[in-house]
Design a protein around this ligand. Structure first.
Ligand SMILES: [Zn+2]
Ligand SMILES: [Zn+2]
Length: 382
């Protein structure tokens, strides 16, 4: 079938809306009519080249090119067609896309860590996960899809392992957001930083992920949730999601945390800036207490290797630095759990959406994100 999608052809170019030919779904594949797609910062990383796959890695994957790629890895929709062996969803089901597929049977899935599923290796680039075949083409050119999804598309051909059935009564815009920013942010606080009642938590970078780390920390009972963002306009949003303090400089936040904890410092710091740079590690380690935790969630440029930190203090103060993907939780457990938290009024999700766009206006949406106007913009499909 034919569909329309936003395709990136080269670094630092605009997204282009193309007519895309979708193949027939294989036995374990589905076609989803997209309802909403979130404009996440990670797709912007494709444009800037912060995510740029080295030729040697592509060769290892048996893939010829990284670009062109259909963007988008947050999405929701309604199942329109299913392959003969699909069991977890049926036509008409509402689904959330998961940028981490889960096979259910690999070592990681079977030990409760679906966010580390071995299928994740296939999400960088390449054809369909089942057989490596390319089933997305425009004018005969094979297209990759962001995270094996490509939600910036009116219809999506996906592996069953990338879709999660959700209740029909949930608004699909909220269902789209929960699949990346919400799960990642809330999970960074609850699953990875393991925030406990009474904790002091510092969240650095209040965008789509950081706002959710703030509400995750609040929901876990943190006494102080200190938000840090160089953009002072983020103060209001940070407070709406549960921040008790806001600073536009890290140094100020450190001084304030010292005061509010009587010198003990924060239990955890969660790094969720648009781009994580190596110079953020040192102040993050300085703002946490002995035995404290730094969680690194925001993506760094793929080529970055340099980090500055007090290595002596890391061991002497028993501190830890942890990376986090998908909020360190299992998509098939976290997405329904977070939607239930939304349903009972504990999680704010509608409030995350600052603007809605048509697919054709996607470049305006990303310009708004770059200018700091959006916590989360979404593409609304008809
Ligand atoms: Zn994302
Ligand atoms: Zn797996």
């Amino acid at each position: 079938m034919k569909t329309r999608a936003a395709v990136l052809w080269a670094k630092n170019e605009d997204w282009k809306i193309e007519e895309v030919e979708l193949g027939e779904p294989g036995p374990t594949e589905v076609i989803v009519k997209t309802a909403f797609a979130g404009l996440c910062h990670s797709d912007e990383h494709l444009v800037t080249g912060d995510i740029d796959v080295d030729q040697s890695v592509l060769e290892l994957l048996g893939v010829e090119h990284f670009l062109p790629i259909i963007g988008g890895h947050e999405g929701s929709g309604v199942v329109a067609q299913v392959g003969s062996a699909v069991t977890s969803v049926a036509v008409g089901d509402h689904v959330s896309c998961s940028f981490i597929p889960s096979c259910g049977t690999c070592h990681w899935c079977s030990t409760g860590r679906q966010n580390l599923c071995d299928l994740g290796a296939a999400t960088l680039a390449g054809g369909m996960m089942a057989d490596g075949q390319y089933k997305h083409q425009t004018n005969g050119t094979d297209l990759n899809r962001m995270a094996q999804l490509g939600t910036f598309s009116e219809h999506m051909l996906l592996s069953e392992s990338s879709v999660i059935k959700v209740d029909d009564d949930l608004p699909l815009d909220v269902v789209a957001l929960v699949s990346c920013g919400v799960a990642t942010g809330v999970g960074s606080a609850q699953n990875r930083a393991e925030v406990k009642a009474g904790d002091t938590v510092v969240v650095v970078g209040i965008g789509g992920i950081g706002a959710n780390a703030v509400q995750g920390a609040k929901l876990a009972g943190a006494a102080n949730v200190v938000a840090v963002d160089t953009n002072p306009n983020r103060k209001e949003k940070a407070e709406e999601f549960g921040a008790t303090h806001f600073y536009d400089s890290f140094d100020e936040a450190i001084m304030s945390v010292m005061e509010m904890t009587h010198g003990r410092m924060a239990d955890s710091a969660i790094l969720t800036p648009g781009v994580t740079t190596g110079d953020l590690l040192e102040p993050a380690l300085n703002v946490i207490s002995k035995d404290g935790t730094v969680v690194v969630t925001g993506l760094a440029p793929m080529q970055q290797r340099d980090v500055k930190l007090d290595l002596f203090g890391l061991s002497m103060y028993n501190k830890q630095i942890k990376g986090s993907i998908f909020g360190s939780g299992s998509p098939r457990a976290e997405i329904p759990r977070l939607l239930n938290e939304y349903r009972r009024g504990a999680l704010k999700l509608e409030e995350l959406i600052t603007e809605r766009y048509q697919l054709d206006d996607i470049n305006t949406g990303y310009a708004d994100m770059r200018n700091g106007k959006n916590i989360r913009g979404v593409i609304a499909f008809d």
